[in-house]
Write a protein that binds this ligand. Structure first.
Ligand code: HEM
Length: 335
């Protein structure tokens, strides 16, 4: 009886810390933190309409999915990953991302129209607003061209148009941050801080989406040693980026909170905006815990072997074999 109860508890723990679960919870928390952030920003700018908040949030998420996706496509993937052993894996990942990008483009057009409307109401039809619209139009056209074209992965990877799309994506994130701060008056430091906050969010949400919806399903279909090694190294590059993203979001978030609401505890405990900001501090704490737990439960990826790159070692005799050894599930240290 006691044994069967222990077994049930272990099964429940396994299900809870299933290799899919933690990255998915992290994505949900990132989305929640960004929704609250968007609400805080729009409320402090005087546009508290919930439909507009939703439109702006989906705009920011779609922008992040594309920007973080392009970062993974051209920076977390490295030339060595396109070698014989993982070339097909990368090609299929690129195709999968193109399908996600198609949805993101549609969302961006709808959400972007609302954002453009907001900018033109606040700033008028200024050169700046027209410049933002032109930047969006050029970038989206190039994104459509690159996602529709089915060139070989080697021709897409770090191609001129591919890198242009990545740089323009970063430029759109920066332009959005600049405009969002400018709506409440010019402030150079606040602008720099918001650019860092928004860029960190974009790279994180885009990387999380790529990991869960692009890398994982593709890798599970081809669990060869070459694929596992490429997937593991790409994931580790993303995790390195997250090591910078977390403190950046925390520090820039605190700066913005103090800038907008001051340091008096009653401003936070006595208003909805203040409580929303406190919730964001909770979200980032939760994300830190998840980030630390992932490798302990070897739950960084459900692709067999990706979390155990060191265990796999460099045995070239198995180069194209399957990874069939089950991971032990034993806790390991993070670093
Ligand atoms: C300590 C943690 C955090 C704090 C204190 C914080 C605080 C803030 C504040 C005060 C704003 C509104 C800025 C303003 O309008 O003046 C904001 C906006 C925002 N935050 Fe955070 N934040 C934190 C973490 C996060 C995290 C983890 C994410 C998502 C990964 C995130 C995503 C966003 C987004 C998307 C916006 C909207 C920016 C815009 O519309 O331009 N924040 N945050």
């Amino acid at each position: 009886m006691a044994e069967s109860q222990t077994q049930v508890t272990m099964d429940q723990a396994d299900a809870l810390f299933d290799r899919y679960t933690l990255p998915k919870i992290a994505l949900a928390v990132i989305l929640a933190a960004s929704l609250v952030g968007t609400w805080v920003t729009t409320t402090l700018s005087g546009t508290a309409d919930l439909l507009f908040v939703a439109a702006k949030w989906v705009y920011l998420v779609a922008l992040g999915v594309l920007t973080g996706g392009f970062v993974w496509k051209h920076l977390f993937v490295r030339p060595a990953d396109l070698g014989d052993e993982a070339a097909d894996y990368c090609a299929e990942m690129y195709d999968r991302f193109d399908r996600i990008a198609t949805t993101a483009i549609a969302v961006l057009v709808v959400g972007g129209t609302a954002v453009l409307w907001e900018y033109s109401v606040v700033f008028g039809r200024t050169t700046w607003v027209l410049g933002y619209a032109a930047l969006m139009a050029v970038w989206l056209s190039l994104v459509i061209v690159t996602t529709r074209r089915s060139a070989a992965v080697e021709r897409q990877f770090r191609s001129t148009v591919g890198l242009a799309v990545l740089i323009l994506a970063l430029a759109v994130v920066v332009a959005t941050a600049v405009a969002d701060v400018a709506m409440r008056g010019p402030d150079l430091v606040a602008t720099g801080v918001r650019i860092l906050h928004l860029l960190s969010f974009a790279v994180w949400v885009g990387g999380a989406v790529w990991n869960i919806f692009v890398a994982v399903p593709t890798g599970q279909k081809r669990p060869t040693l070459g694929v596992v090694r490429a997937a593991g190294e790409q994931l580790e590059r993303f995790r390195w980026a997250v090591r910078f993203i977390i403190p950046t979001l925390f520090l820039t978030g605190i700066y913005q909170a103090v800038d907008g609401l001051g340091t008096n505890a009653t401003s936070y405990l006595g208003s909805t905006v203040g409580l929303a900001v406190l919730a964001k501090v909770g979200f980032i704490g939760l994300l830190v815990v998840i980030f630390k737990l992932c490798p302990m439960w070897r739950a960084c990826s459900p692709i067999e072997g990706v979390c155990e790159l060191d265990d796999i070692g460099g045995d070239s005799t198995q180069e194209s074999g399957s990874i069939d050894s089950e991971p032990t599930g034993e806790p390991t240290s993070d670093e």
